[in-house]
Design a protein. Structure first.
Length: 90
């Protein structure tokens, strides 16, 4: 299983865009890949440790707890990372 964590906060336009990009990429992936991806969201408003780490870089996208992107999420790069993660887990 691959976990994508979207870190942001309510009212953040770029966070909304990152969520939309993630949803679009997952919808375009082969089912065998997409069904092995879990998406979680976390708000810096709810977690002081996340706030301290990421407040000036949101949205932040982690893949399996590793930094993948911040500020802007590139759909092609995300697609490549998810298909690569699927190949490693197969």
């Amino acid at each position: 299983m691959t976990t994508i964590t979207l870190i942001g906060k309510p009212g953040c336009h770029l966070c909304d865009v990152a969520r939309e990009v993630t949803e679009r990429v997952l919808a375009e992936l082969p089912e065998a890949v997409a069904e092995r991806v879990e998406v979680r969201e976390a708000s810096i408003d709810d977690d002081p440790a996340l706030f301290d780490l990421w407040w000036e870089k949101i949205p932040v996208v982690l893949i399996d707890n590793q930094l993948h992107a911040h500020w802007r999420l590139n759909p092609e790069r995300l697609r490549d990372a998810l298909t690569g993660a699927h190949a490693e887990h197969s």
